[in-house]
Design a protein around this ligand. Structure first.
Ligand code: W6P
Length: 369
């Protein structure tokens, strides 16, 4: 469903003349907004329905209180959307926008709520209330936890998609900003995004540890490409938090801190944009690497659990802090937009994180061979 939905969206609408070309910085025309709203009024309820069914079919997960609350929000939203009459004119479109805007806000707590559910589950496993055994015949086998994890992955991926579509539509109804089409900035500057995220994280880190390592920025500082800066910001913020924290904790007793180095590169043939974040914060044991991507298996009690600062993050992700969710969610974001995140660690020395970003369009003029 995600594939068809997104494909249709990108094929029919984003690439249409009005969206990418002639629109320039004018406000989207009423015709385009009606078209977009009609598309969303059909597409979103379908996506919600798939999530509702999916959450219902996964043992353990479906019984979690937090998950049932989330499901209730999804069901209410689904009903509200399918009750909405066809969007035929600008008046309908405006009403739809208001409804969708309200839904968008109602859903902002969903990520945190699901994270709490997973956290409960994790604690349940740790305390033994939920028994995890390698025996597949057990009620709660490893197999079923893997199913939970996969379901959560689908859920978060779907959620990003819905929010990007809704966010794009709602943004297109606002006064346009220079270089922007909705939420998409045609000239997203990775270096500017990193600098801003670094400033935020440096502040948090200083509040928490009394100091912060320098964040050095090298490579293609001039590079710009079409992307949604807010999502890139989340990703980089999350990774920098981990890098700075690891550095501060490893060098707790030293007078100076090794810098965190960020390199920005762009691949050949206009393919990927890559951001590498290097810290000398001691790294992660190889045996623990898989766990950092897990919604369910955060290594409780170890320093990895503290891989995020607690409660001081001012971003949208704020209440996530301490729940150990930043990395897997960031990777879902990167993947949703066609990229990925990889992490290489030298235990005892430090960590390299690679963020691969696919350009959301063709910025460079094709050069004849
Ligand atoms: C660490 C652990 C980690 C996770 C993500 C990004 C950077 C780092 N550094 O030590």
């Amino acid at each position: 469903l995600m594939k068809t939905g997104r494909g249709e969206m990108l094929g029919k609408t984003y690439k249409s003349e009005a969206f990418m070309g002639r629109l320039g910085h004018q406000l989207a025309t009423n015709r385009i907004l009606i078209q977009f709203a009609s598309f969303l009024s059909q597409e979103i309820p379908i996506r919600l329905a798939h999530r509702i069914r999916d959450l219902d079919q996964v043992p353990i997960l479906r019984d979690m209180h937090a998950v049932q609350q989330v499901k209730a929000i999804y069901i209410r939203s689904f009903l509200e959307m399918i009750d909405f009459p066809p969007i035929l004119n600008s008046n309908d479109e405006q009403k739809f926008a208001h409804m969708l805007g309200d839904l968008y806000t109602k859903h902002s707590g969903v990520l945190v709520q699901m994270a709490k559910g997973a956290y409960e589950l994790r604690e349940g496993i740790r305390s033994g209330d939920i028994n995890v055994s390698k025996d597949v015949d057990d009620d709660f086998s490893l197999e079923s936890l893997i199913d939970c994890h996969r379901c959560l992955d689908r859920f978060y991926m779907s959620r990003i998609g819905i929010r990007v579509l809704a966010g794009q539509y709602l943004a297109m109804r606002q006064e346009p900003q220079n270089n922007y089409i909705g939420m998409i900035c045609q000239k997203t500057s990775p270096s500017a995004v990193v600098r801003e995220a670094a400033a935020n994280v440096t502040k948090l880190c200083t509040e928490r540890y009394g100091r912060a390592p320098e964040v050095q920025l090298i490579g293609r500082l001039d590079l710009t490409f079409p992307y949604i800066p807010t999502y890139l910001h989340y990703i980089v913020l999350e990774l920098l938090k981990n890098a700075l924290r690891a550095t501060c904790e490893k060098f707790e007793l030293s007078s100076s801190l090794p810098p965190v180095v960020v390199v920005i590169a762009d691949g050949t043939d206009n393919e990927d944009v890559v951001i590498k974040i290097t810290d000398e914060g001691g790294g992660i044991p190889r045996s623990q690497i898989e766990k950092i991507w897990s919604y369910l298996y955060t290594t409780a009690g170890s320093s990895l659990q503290k891989a995020v600062f607690s409660g001081k993050d001012h971003s949208d992700m704020s209440p996530m802090a301490g729940l150990g969710y930043g990395l897997p969610i960031s990777r879902s974001y990167a993947r949703y937009f066609g990229g990925d995140i990889d992490l290489m660690s030298m235990d005892g020395h430090g960590t390299d994180v690679f963020v691969y970003l696919k350009r959301l369009g063709d910025t460079k003029e094709p050069i004849p061979v």
